[in-house]
Ligand binder design. Structure first.
Ligand code: SF4
Length: 450
């Protein structure tokens, strides 16, 4: 729990020596409370102060970095609901392969995972990880497959085996990939903790019940090991929902430190796509750290990544594109001119529909603080006057010979104001729905020989 300035000041030397840059210890304490300073800036801080302030500043859900460059982050969440602040590190999506799968299928899956790309609102999404499951008898085959998966995809792995010896062999084979070992049981905890430390991997911990899991995580913490993921013993969708929610609540609201780690979940639903999708959706919606899908399915992956984008977008910062005039296709000076807002989803939908129509044009996107058309209009950010001002500022009149501008059908009421502020221009009211842009271009604009 965060300490107040007064509580922190009681831990400081109270000599007001100013060596930390603050005039008094109290002023420094206030900075520490506001997280604008670090206790290390006071050279006289006691061991007790360092220890207490260090524990107080520990995030309720510890951050875990994966991958050779530690670029894949999990955890560091501070709220139960995204509208309270935001969620920071999205659920990592992984695809499983078994070492007993036919070689052709393994190769196909690894190549598909490596090459998968999804473009959404100007961002590119990749599959995050590959899980390699030791389902056969030979530990060498498991280790060799781990190496193959790492070399083919470059993604961090989840190495899954019931055999500590097989995990040890695979862990050293992919040392440097900063992967996950799954999973340590109470009886293999000490052994696998050493393997994880020696190879700089993260250790997933599981147990027959939550109490045992709690004890395992506590034991690792006491030993100073924090590269932990929690892998719950779950047998149903309801249990998955309840356990994820209860554990995250315990970590955030009750500051139960041994439960303050990201989760790892394997979806074991065979070929039932509906159950797999429901399990993955629950992980994305309910605090999942890593969600392992049993096989690669591009359609499911696209749906899950789209959902994940929605859940992990900061609700207080709408995703937006840069305000400017965008060429769509290869427009000429007499190509049609459209206008919309700089909310990313609106921009990419409108630009995509113009492109799909086979027509080139200019898309004018004024600053609307990332709001959609109607919201921006209601907030006074998408008015005839503001659009006209933007058109003049960017010098559109020198860039195009066209003197017609198409506005969204939802804001037909701004057409008069826009014409008043853009003398010489004619305003055309486009469709309300972006899906009708193509037919609008073909039935209205083409007849006008634009
Ligand atoms: Fe107080 Fe330490 Fe700052 Fe000196 S350096 S004023 S002792 S907090």
């Amino acid at each position: 729990m965060a300490l107040t300035g007064l509580q922190i000041q009681k831990l400081l030397p109270k000599t007001n020596c100013r060596e930390c840059g603050s005039n008094t210890c109290m002023a420094f304490a206030m900075k520490l409370a506001a997280k604008k300073a670090e206790i290390a800036e006071c050279p006289y801080a006691s061991e007790e102060a360092i220890s207490v302030l260090g524990a107080a500043s520990e995030l309720p859900v510890r951050g875990i970095a994966l991958g050779p460059d530690r670029a894949l982050m999990l955890g560091e969440e501070t709220v139960l609901y995204r509208h309270e602040k935001t969620f920071f590190h999205q659920t990592a999506l992984a695809v499983n392969i078994n070492d007993t799968n036919p070689p052709g299928m393994i190769e196909e899956t690894l190549t598909a995972v490596r090459d998968y790309r999804l473009e959404r609102v100007g961002e590119t999404f990749l599959i995050d990880m590959v899980a390699v499951t030791h389902a056969g008898a030979d530990a060498n085959i498991f280790a060799a497959l781990a190496k193959r998966a790492w070399e083919t995809t470059g993604h961090p792995l989840i190495l899954r085996s019931a055999s500590p010896a097989a995990l040890k062999a695979a862990a050293s084979t992919v040392k440097g990939s900063r992967s996950v070992l799954s999973a340590a049981l109470p009886e293999t905890l000490d052994e696998l903790c050493i393997v994880a430390k020696e190879n700089d991997h993260v250790l997933a911990v599981t147990a027959p019940d939550l109490d045992d899991l709690f004890r395992c995580a506590s034991k690792l913490r006491e030993a100073g090991f924090h590269d932990i993921l929690l892998q719950f013993p779950i047998s149903s969708l309801a249990e998955e929902f309840q356990t994820n929610s209860a554990v995250r609540r315990a970590a955030l609201k009750d500051t139960v430190k041994p439960l303050g780690y990201p989760f790892l979940r394997f979806l074991n639903h065979g070929n039932d796509l509906l159950e797999i999708a429901a399990g993955a959706i629950t992980e994305i919606d309910k605090y999942g750290g890593i969600c392992v899908l049993p096989a690669f399915d591009p359609a499911l992956m696209a749906a899950l990544m789209t959902l994940r984008l929605n859940i992990y977008t900061d609700p207080q910062k709408p995703i937006q594109v840069e305000p400017k005039v965008y060429p769509i296709g290869e427009p000429r000076t007499d190509s049609p001119v459209f206008v919309t807002t700089n909310f990313s989803l609106t921009y990419f939908t409108v630009s995509g529909e113009i492109e799909n129509s086979g027509t080139s044009g200019w898309l004018v996107v004024p600053e609307c603080e990332g709001m959609s058309v109607l919201t921006a209009w209601a907030a006074g950010k998408f008015s005839g006057a503001s659009i006209a001002k933007f058109v003049k500022e960017v010098g559109l009149e020198n860039q195009v010979s066209t003197r017609e501008i198409v506005i969204p059908g939802y804001v037909t009421q701004i057409s008069g104001e826009l014409e008043e502020n853009l003398p010489g221009w004619k305003v055309l009211v486009g469709p309300q729905d972006a899906a009708d842009i193509e037919s609008f271009i073909k039935t209205v604009l083409s007849k006008r020989k634009v």
